[in-house]
Design a protein. Sequence first.
Length: 220
Amino acid sequence: MKKIFWIIFTVVVLCSAMGCGYTNEKQEQPSIPSAREQTAEQIADKPKILIAYFSRTGENSQVGYIEKGNTEIVAEMIADETGGDLFKIDPVNPYPDDYKQCVDIAKTEKENNARPQIKGTVDNMQDYDVIFLGYPIWWGDMPMAVYTFLEGYDFNGKTIIPFATHEGSGLSNTPDNITKECSGAKILKGLEMRGRQAQNEQDKARQDVTDWLKQLNIID
């Protein structure tokens, strides 16, 4: 009996030392999101961006007759860098190609505080967090068609970032005008660019766009 006791005792000790015992408790392992889940989370955190812009072709100051508008060139650069969606603010009645005729019409519209009818709508505006708003400077202001666009939507809680092409006036007072029109929106630092740079110095123009977006923390 004593011999049997010592044999059993020895086996128990050895099993204890070697971890022969077992437990019904399941060891919980920390869950690690898959690469696909991580990517989805990162995408969900990114703001949804719209680039809405007014731009005109035909005869323009300093650049002659153009087939793609100055502001449209900048808008496409912003879209390339941010992945945002483009929407062109396009008047139902197009402006004439002749520069002087266009200038005269723009002056009359501004004096009358006109709201030219525009084509199309952004049906899912509520889905966008950030709206880049682009336009040329006409008579120290945005073209009146841009006001038509702004008055068609509720921008409360959204971020608006202006960008303008010009030949000496910068952004003028347009950021303040946007603030007045878009109650509850946050207006960030805008970009102003000479039209002739957008047309004729596109490498420099793109670098200026990229630097500006980085300053705003829109891109890394």
